[in-house]
Design a protein around this ligand. Structure first.
Ligand SMILES: [Zn+2]
Length: 122
């Protein structure tokens, strides 16, 4: 769910200034991945292994990505470097997405006020 920005009481000038700042700072992050990094512990196939008495193997880290309802892509992040890359990539996506969402909410508020949307002019 998107974070809701309280914009109703802000002046049109303040909205335009915030919009201009967002347009300056928002650049597509080259490493962006829309996904989650999840931690999992598991049991193995050896029946006498300690993992069946609660000492589960792990943690293992997976990248999980929902492509469509019911279609999730998931794979193991094998190395610490891959795990770090995945965390940075998902954080980069989320940061960009939050900025884009705020821009969308500002534009919606401007449209409601009958203001022009194109350009960053403040
Ligand atoms: Zn085991």
């Amino acid at each position: 769910m998107a974070r809701v920005h309280a914009l109703r009481r802000k002046s049109t000038l303040a909205l335009r200034q915030r919009k201009a700042a967002l347009l300056r700072q928002l650049a597509l992050p080259p490493q962006a991945i829309r996904a989650s990094v999840v931690e999992r512990f598991g049991t193995c196939g050896k029946s006498n292994c300690a993992c069946h008495q609660g000492q589960k193997h792990g943690p293992y880290y997976y990248l999980t990505q929902c492509l469509a309802p019911g279609r999730v892509q998931k794979f193991l992040l094998k190395s610490a470097a891959d795990q770090q890359s995945a965390r940075e990539a998902t954080a980069a996506f989320n940061g960009f997405y939050e900025g884009l969402e705020e821009l969308s909410q500002i534009n919606t508020a401007l449209l409601r006020r009958g203001e022009p949307l194109s350009g960053s002019g403040s």
